[in-house]
Design a binder for this molecule. Structure first.
Ligand code: KG4
Ligand code: ZN
Length: 330
């Protein structure tokens, strides 16, 4: 297959490999999750890095096998360069460099957040710029204006916790397993989202977000109810907390869309797998694109998708490629 791209993503605790055709169609998308972190209530960076060493090569083998291709048929390698856990990233970067060097094929370095945006460019259901994009994940929450396939302009971002972090921390307070988002969504399905009035940080100006307040509000609500009553009202607490996070995201998104006027919206990042958020965005009445759930949470297909529109590293730059950690921006 000409132009096939191998994507590699190891920024957190999922060892991901995917093969995309030159046209951006998914030929395989393998996600090997490290269940071990649940035991610690969050991702332990050192353990994540060590597990990538074990899991990444088999994930790449599976991605090639499922695509029905040999390594000799891959024409580009795309890898997440950052931001993320540095040890975890280095495993993917090292592996991708080795494949590119051994096969003498180009390497493309991809920013993880650009990858979340590029989940919207995957064929056959691709969404073309311009659009306003909400990216909400475990480490980041931002609004961007996307005018071209290769970059975005930042409109606003969280001033404290990311939306996914708020889901994870709230889930932990409610005694749910990690990662908290899916568990909290499941618990919330049986609860009343109007039972508690949690804040949405509407007073934060512009297109920035803040989730510190809603997290503290949940903590105080649980404390004020007492253990027994909080357990009895767990589903209502979860539903109300989820509603506050979703409303905070959609309020900012609507502000950005009002100011922008392009009338086109897309979402991405792990929190974009959340059912109520997906419904709210679909109901905005605009031209919208909501990637499949498994393309919102971390995956390597989105990294390969971003690489279709990015420059290749020169051979010397490929060999010298370094990763950049959380908080750093390219
Ligand atoms: O993008 P992602 O897979 O990894 C990062 O780049 O961080 O996002 C992971 C985050 C976690 O905080 C997780 O709890 C959240 O996305 N998440 C969800 C759902 N699925 C994953 N949050 C709410 N509802 C979900 N269904
Ligand atoms: Zn992510």
């Amino acid at each position: 297959m000409s132009g096939a791209i191998l994507g590699v993503e190891t920024s957190c605790d999922d060892s991901c490999a995917a093969v995309l055709s030159a046209e951006g169609v998914i030929l395989s998308n393998v996600i090997s999750s490290q269940a071990i972190h649940d035991k610690y209530g969050g991702v332990v960076p050192e353990i994540a890095a060590r597990h990538h060493l074990e899991l990444l090569t088999p994930a790449i083998d599976s991605a090639l096998a499922q695509a029905g291709l040999g390594l000799e048929q891959i024409e580009r390698v795309a890898v997440t360069q950052g931001p993320g856990l540095i040890g975890a990233l280095l495993v993917g970067v090292g592996q991708a460099k080795a494949i590119a060097a051994a096969r003498a094929i180009p390497l493309v370095a991809v920013d993880h957040l650009q990858g979340h945006v590029a989940a919207n460019f995957i064929s056959p259901d691709s969404f073309e710029p311009p659009f306003v994009c909400l990216i909400a994940s475990g480490g980041h929450t931002l609004l961007a204006r996307v005018d071209e396939h290769s970059s975005y302009a930042l409109l606003g971002e969280t001033l404290d916790d990311a939306a996914g972090e708020a889901f994870d921390k709230g889930a932990r307070m409610l005694g749910l397993p990690f990662p908290g988002g899916p568990a909290l969504e499941a618990l919330a399905a049986g609860g009343d989202s109007e039972a508690f009035n949690f804040p949405t940080a509407r007073n934060v100006k512009g297109f920035d977000f803040s989730f510190a307040g809603v997290k503290t509000a949940l903590l105080y609500a649980i404390r004020d109810l007492g253990e027994e009553e909080a357990t009895r009202q767990r589903a209502d607490l979860a539903a109300s907390y989820q509603r506050a996070i979703v409303e905070a995201l959609v309020e900012r998104l609507e502000r950005a869309l009002d100011a922008d006027g392009c009338g086109r919206v897309a979402i991405g990042g792990g929190v974009a797998a959340n059912g109520p958020l997906r419904e709210r965005v679909a109901r905005l009445g605009l031209e919208s694109h909501i990637p499949a759930r498994n393309l919102c949470t971390d995956n390597a297909a989105m990294i390969a998708s971003a690489a279709r529109f990015l420059p290749e590293c020169s051979p010397a730059a490929a060999l010298a490629l370094d990763a950049y950690p959380s908080g750093a921006r390219r």
